[in-house]
Design a protein around this ligand. Structure first.
Ligand SMILES: NC(=O)c1ccc[n+]([C@@H]2O[C@H](COP(=O)([O-])OP(=O)(O)OC[C@H]3O[C@@H](n4cnc5c(N)ncnc54)[C@H](O)[C@@H]3O)[C@@H](O)[C@H]2O)c1
Length: 254
Protein backbone atom coordinates (compact mmCIF):
# COMPACT_ATOMS: atom_id res chain seq x y z
CA UNK A 1 0.00 0.00 0.00
CA UNK A 2 1.77 3.14 -1.16
CA UNK A 3 1.25 6.30 0.91
CA UNK A 4 1.74 8.41 -2.23
CA UNK A 5 -1.57 7.06 -3.58
CA UNK A 6 -3.34 8.80 -0.75
CA UNK A 7 -1.28 11.97 -0.45
CA UNK A 8 -2.15 12.97 -4.01
CA UNK A 9 -5.82 13.01 -2.90
CA UNK A 10 -7.98 16.08 -3.63
CA UNK A 11 -7.80 19.19 -1.45
CA UNK A 12 -11.10 18.64 0.37
CA UNK A 13 -10.06 20.28 3.64
CA UNK A 14 -8.66 23.65 2.58
CA UNK A 15 -9.12 26.17 5.39
CA UNK A 16 -10.35 23.60 7.91
CA UNK A 17 -8.89 23.44 11.43
CA UNK A 18 -8.34 19.94 12.84
CA UNK A 19 -7.35 18.57 16.25
CA UNK A 20 -6.18 14.96 16.55
CA UNK A 21 -5.59 13.30 19.91
CA UNK A 22 -2.86 10.70 20.16
CA UNK A 23 -1.36 12.43 17.12
CA UNK A 24 2.34 11.82 17.88
CA UNK A 25 2.55 8.37 16.28
CA UNK A 26 0.59 5.45 14.81
CA UNK A 27 -2.81 6.14 13.31
CA UNK A 28 -3.05 9.63 14.83
CA UNK A 29 0.14 10.69 13.06
CA UNK A 30 -1.16 9.27 9.78
CA UNK A 31 -4.45 11.17 10.23
CA UNK A 32 -2.53 14.39 10.93
CA UNK A 33 -0.45 13.99 7.79
CA UNK A 34 -3.41 13.04 5.61
CA UNK A 35 -5.66 15.90 6.79
CA UNK A 36 -2.83 18.43 6.38
CA UNK A 37 -2.04 17.06 2.91
CA UNK A 38 -5.69 17.74 2.02
CA UNK A 39 -5.28 21.38 3.06
CA UNK A 40 -6.23 21.46 6.76
CA UNK A 41 -4.39 23.33 9.52
CA UNK A 42 -3.72 20.46 11.91
CA UNK A 43 -2.94 20.23 15.62
CA UNK A 44 -1.53 16.88 16.71
CA UNK A 45 -1.93 16.48 20.48
CA UNK A 46 -0.43 13.80 22.70
CA UNK A 47 1.35 13.01 25.95
CA UNK A 48 4.46 11.86 24.03
CA UNK A 49 5.87 15.37 23.74
CA UNK A 50 9.34 14.52 22.46
CA UNK A 51 8.07 12.08 19.83
CA UNK A 52 5.33 14.50 18.82
CA UNK A 53 7.62 17.51 18.47
CA UNK A 54 10.16 15.54 16.41
CA UNK A 55 7.40 14.24 14.16
CA UNK A 56 5.96 17.71 13.70
CA UNK A 57 9.40 19.08 12.78
CA UNK A 58 9.66 16.45 10.04
CA UNK A 59 6.20 17.37 8.73
CA UNK A 60 7.04 21.09 8.84
CA UNK A 61 10.18 20.38 6.80
CA UNK A 62 7.87 18.77 4.21
CA UNK A 63 5.79 21.95 4.13
CA UNK A 64 2.76 20.57 5.99
CA UNK A 65 0.80 22.85 8.36
CA UNK A 66 0.90 20.72 11.53
CA UNK A 67 1.64 21.91 15.08
CA UNK A 68 2.16 19.90 18.24
CA UNK A 69 0.21 20.48 21.47
CA UNK A 70 0.53 18.70 24.81
CA UNK A 71 -2.73 17.01 25.79
CA UNK A 72 -3.53 14.31 28.30
CA UNK A 73 -7.07 13.47 27.20
CA UNK A 74 -8.05 12.51 30.76
CA UNK A 75 -7.32 16.03 32.08
CA UNK A 76 -10.14 18.50 31.61
CA UNK A 77 -7.76 21.42 32.20
CA UNK A 78 -5.57 20.28 29.26
CA UNK A 79 -8.66 20.28 27.05
CA UNK A 80 -9.74 23.75 28.18
CA UNK A 81 -6.20 25.11 27.59
CA UNK A 82 -6.34 23.82 24.01
CA UNK A 83 -9.87 25.13 23.52
CA UNK A 84 -8.70 28.59 24.62
CA UNK A 85 -5.63 28.36 22.33
CA UNK A 86 -7.76 27.37 19.31
CA UNK A 87 -10.37 30.00 20.14
CA UNK A 88 -7.72 32.72 20.22
CA UNK A 89 -6.05 31.59 16.97
CA UNK A 90 -9.03 30.49 14.86
CA UNK A 91 -12.29 31.15 16.73
CA UNK A 92 -13.48 27.68 15.75
CA UNK A 93 -12.69 23.99 15.26
CA UNK A 94 -13.88 22.07 12.19
CA UNK A 95 -12.53 18.56 12.78
CA UNK A 96 -11.94 16.66 16.03
CA UNK A 97 -10.44 13.16 15.86
CA UNK A 98 -10.63 11.40 19.24
CA UNK A 99 -7.96 8.82 18.46
CA UNK A 100 -5.89 8.49 21.67
CA UNK A 101 -6.12 5.02 23.14
CA UNK A 102 -4.39 2.46 25.33
CA UNK A 103 -4.75 -1.30 25.73
CA UNK A 104 -4.15 -4.02 28.30
CA UNK A 105 -4.55 -7.73 27.72
CA UNK A 106 -5.44 -10.33 30.34
CA UNK A 107 -8.37 -12.30 31.75
CA UNK A 108 -11.26 -10.36 33.27
CA UNK A 109 -10.96 -12.43 36.46
CA UNK A 110 -7.48 -11.00 37.08
CA UNK A 111 -8.00 -7.44 35.84
CA UNK A 112 -6.88 -4.84 38.37
CA UNK A 113 -9.74 -2.31 38.82
CA UNK A 114 -7.16 0.48 38.53
CA UNK A 115 -6.20 -0.75 35.08
CA UNK A 116 -9.90 -0.98 34.18
CA UNK A 117 -10.42 2.64 35.27
CA UNK A 118 -7.32 3.82 33.47
CA UNK A 119 -8.38 2.27 30.14
CA UNK A 120 -11.94 3.58 30.43
CA UNK A 121 -10.57 6.98 31.41
CA UNK A 122 -8.28 7.38 28.40
CA UNK A 123 -10.33 5.60 25.73
CA UNK A 124 -13.86 6.69 26.65
CA UNK A 125 -13.81 9.58 29.13
CA UNK A 126 -11.08 11.24 27.03
CA UNK A 127 -13.42 11.36 24.02
CA UNK A 128 -16.32 12.58 26.17
CA UNK A 129 -14.16 15.43 27.52
CA UNK A 130 -13.10 16.29 23.99
CA UNK A 131 -16.67 16.44 22.71
CA UNK A 132 -17.83 18.48 25.69
CA UNK A 133 -15.03 21.04 25.81
CA UNK A 134 -14.77 21.49 22.03
CA UNK A 135 -18.54 21.70 21.44
CA UNK A 136 -18.62 25.54 21.50
CA UNK A 137 -15.77 25.73 18.95
CA UNK A 138 -17.25 22.96 16.75
CA UNK A 139 -20.52 24.93 16.66
CA UNK A 140 -18.57 27.76 15.02
CA UNK A 141 -16.93 25.39 12.51
CA UNK A 142 -17.60 24.73 8.83
CA UNK A 143 -18.99 21.25 8.05
CA UNK A 144 -17.92 20.26 11.55
CA UNK A 145 -17.03 16.60 11.99
CA UNK A 146 -16.04 14.51 15.00
CA UNK A 147 -14.50 11.07 14.51
CA UNK A 148 -14.18 8.75 17.51
CA UNK A 149 -11.83 5.80 17.07
CA UNK A 150 -13.53 2.63 18.28
CA UNK A 151 -12.36 -0.87 17.26
CA UNK A 152 -13.67 -4.18 15.95
CA UNK A 153 -13.56 -5.10 19.67
CA UNK A 154 -16.33 -2.50 20.22
CA UNK A 155 -19.20 -4.20 18.35
CA UNK A 156 -17.90 -7.67 19.30
CA UNK A 157 -16.33 -9.13 22.42
CA UNK A 158 -12.73 -10.29 22.53
CA UNK A 159 -11.19 -12.74 25.01
CA UNK A 160 -8.69 -10.93 27.25
CA UNK A 161 -9.79 -7.43 26.24
CA UNK A 162 -12.67 -6.72 28.69
CA UNK A 163 -11.73 -3.13 29.58
CA UNK A 164 -10.62 -2.27 26.05
CA UNK A 165 -13.76 -3.78 24.47
CA UNK A 166 -15.99 -2.03 27.04
CA UNK A 167 -14.33 1.30 26.28
CA UNK A 168 -14.65 0.81 22.52
CA UNK A 169 -18.31 -0.30 22.80
CA UNK A 170 -18.93 2.76 24.98
CA UNK A 171 -17.49 4.97 22.26
CA UNK A 172 -20.12 3.69 19.82
CA UNK A 173 -22.92 4.71 22.21
CA UNK A 174 -21.24 8.05 22.89
CA UNK A 175 -20.84 8.73 19.15
CA UNK A 176 -24.47 7.94 18.32
CA UNK A 177 -25.81 10.03 21.19
CA UNK A 178 -23.51 12.97 20.43
CA UNK A 179 -24.63 12.77 16.78
CA UNK A 180 -28.26 13.09 17.89
CA UNK A 181 -27.58 15.94 20.32
CA UNK A 182 -25.25 17.92 18.03
CA UNK A 183 -27.01 17.59 14.65
CA UNK A 184 -28.87 20.87 15.23
CA UNK A 185 -25.51 22.59 15.73
CA UNK A 186 -24.28 21.37 12.32
CA UNK A 187 -21.84 18.90 13.89
CA UNK A 188 -21.57 15.35 12.52
CA UNK A 189 -20.25 12.63 14.85
CA UNK A 190 -19.18 9.20 13.63
CA UNK A 191 -17.13 6.27 14.86
CA UNK A 192 -14.21 4.75 13.01
CA UNK A 193 -14.00 0.98 13.53
CA UNK A 194 -10.53 -0.26 12.59
CA UNK A 195 -9.55 -3.91 12.44
CA UNK A 196 -5.91 -4.79 13.02
CA UNK A 197 -3.61 -1.91 12.10
CA UNK A 198 0.19 -2.00 12.12
CA UNK A 199 1.16 0.45 14.89
CA UNK A 200 3.18 0.42 18.14
CA UNK A 201 -0.08 -0.43 20.00
CA UNK A 202 -0.18 -4.01 18.75
CA UNK A 203 3.45 -4.80 17.99
CA UNK A 204 3.63 -7.07 21.07
CA UNK A 205 0.56 -9.08 19.99
CA UNK A 206 1.22 -12.79 19.72
CA UNK A 207 0.38 -14.90 16.65
CA UNK A 208 -0.38 -11.90 14.45
CA UNK A 209 -3.32 -10.72 16.59
CA UNK A 210 -6.48 -10.74 14.45
CA UNK A 211 -4.70 -11.52 11.16
CA UNK A 212 -5.79 -15.20 11.18
CA UNK A 213 -9.46 -14.09 11.49
CA UNK A 214 -9.14 -11.34 8.86
CA UNK A 215 -10.24 -12.42 5.36
CA UNK A 216 -7.67 -10.08 3.76
CA UNK A 217 -5.04 -11.85 5.91
CA UNK A 218 -3.04 -8.78 6.95
CA UNK A 219 -3.13 -5.73 9.18
CA UNK A 220 -4.10 -2.37 7.68
CA UNK A 221 -1.50 0.24 6.82
CA UNK A 222 -2.17 3.42 8.83
CA UNK A 223 -2.78 5.31 5.58
CA UNK A 224 -5.84 3.11 4.94
CA UNK A 225 -7.41 4.37 8.17
CA UNK A 226 -6.34 7.95 7.46
CA UNK A 227 -8.19 7.81 4.12
CA UNK A 228 -11.39 6.85 5.98
CA UNK A 229 -10.89 9.67 8.49
CA UNK A 230 -10.33 12.18 5.68
CA UNK A 231 -13.61 11.05 4.08
CA UNK A 232 -15.56 11.42 7.34
CA UNK A 233 -13.94 14.81 7.98
CA UNK A 234 -14.78 16.13 4.51
CA UNK A 235 -17.97 17.40 2.88
CA UNK A 236 -18.05 14.12 0.91
CA UNK A 237 -19.57 12.75 4.12
CA UNK A 238 -21.96 15.71 4.57
CA UNK A 239 -25.01 13.44 5.21
CA UNK A 240 -23.12 10.85 7.27
CA UNK A 241 -23.64 11.08 11.02
CA UNK A 242 -24.32 8.75 13.95
CA UNK A 243 -22.85 5.75 12.23
CA UNK A 244 -19.75 3.56 12.07
CA UNK A 245 -17.23 3.26 9.29
CA UNK A 246 -15.70 -0.21 9.51
CA UNK A 247 -12.20 -0.57 8.01
CA UNK A 248 -11.22 -4.12 8.92
CA UNK A 249 -10.25 -6.19 5.88
CA UNK A 250 -13.49 -8.17 6.22
CA UNK A 251 -13.14 -9.19 9.91
CA UNK A 252 -16.76 -8.19 10.71
CA UNK A 253 -18.22 -9.96 7.67
CA UNK A 254 -17.98 -13.32 9.44
N1 LIG B 1 -3.57 -0.73 16.19
C1 LIG B 1 -4.70 -1.41 16.09
O1 LIG B 1 -4.72 -2.58 15.66
C2 LIG B 1 -6.01 -0.77 16.48
C3 LIG B 1 -7.20 -1.39 16.11
C4 LIG B 1 -8.41 -0.80 16.44
C5 LIG B 1 -8.43 0.40 17.10
N2 LIG B 1 -7.27 0.99 17.45
C6 LIG B 1 -7.35 2.28 18.12
O2 LIG B 1 -6.74 3.26 17.31
C7 LIG B 1 -6.30 4.35 18.13
C8 LIG B 1 -4.87 4.70 17.78
O3 LIG B 1 -4.02 3.65 18.20
P1 LIG B 1 -2.71 3.22 17.42
O4 LIG B 1 -2.96 1.89 16.88
O5 LIG B 1 -2.28 4.30 16.49
O6 LIG B 1 -1.71 3.04 18.65
P2 LIG B 1 -0.52 3.97 19.21
O7 LIG B 1 -0.20 3.41 20.54
O8 LIG B 1 0.56 4.09 18.21
O9 LIG B 1 -1.20 5.42 19.34
C9 LIG B 1 -1.97 5.81 20.44
C10 LIG B 1 -1.56 7.23 20.79
O10 LIG B 1 -2.39 7.67 21.88
C11 LIG B 1 -1.55 8.39 22.77
N3 LIG B 1 -2.13 8.45 24.11
C12 LIG B 1 -2.22 7.46 25.03
N4 LIG B 1 -2.74 7.92 26.17
C13 LIG B 1 -2.99 9.25 25.98
C14 LIG B 1 -3.54 10.28 26.78
N5 LIG B 1 -3.92 10.06 28.05
N6 LIG B 1 -3.66 11.51 26.24
C15 LIG B 1 -3.26 11.76 24.97
N7 LIG B 1 -2.73 10.84 24.16
C16 LIG B 1 -2.60 9.59 24.66
C17 LIG B 1 -0.23 7.62 22.75
O11 LIG B 1 0.82 8.38 23.30
C18 LIG B 1 -0.09 7.32 21.27
O12 LIG B 1 0.59 8.34 20.59
C19 LIG B 1 -6.51 3.90 19.57
O13 LIG B 1 -7.71 4.45 20.06
C20 LIG B 1 -6.63 2.40 19.45
O14 LIG B 1 -7.37 1.83 20.50
C21 LIG B 1 -6.05 0.45 17.16
Amino acid sequence: MSEENHYSAPQRLNGRVALITGGARGQGAAHARRLASEGATVYAADVLDEVGREQVQAWTDEGLDISYLHLDVTRREDWTDIRDHLHERHGRLDILVNNAGIIDVGPLSELDPEVWNCILNVNLTGAFLGLQTMHPLLKEGTGSSVINTSSIFGPSGAVGYSAYAASKAGLLGLSRTAALEMADDGIRVNALVPGGVSTPLNEAEKDGGVIPETPMARRAHVSELAAAVAFLASDDASFVTGTELVVDGGFSAR
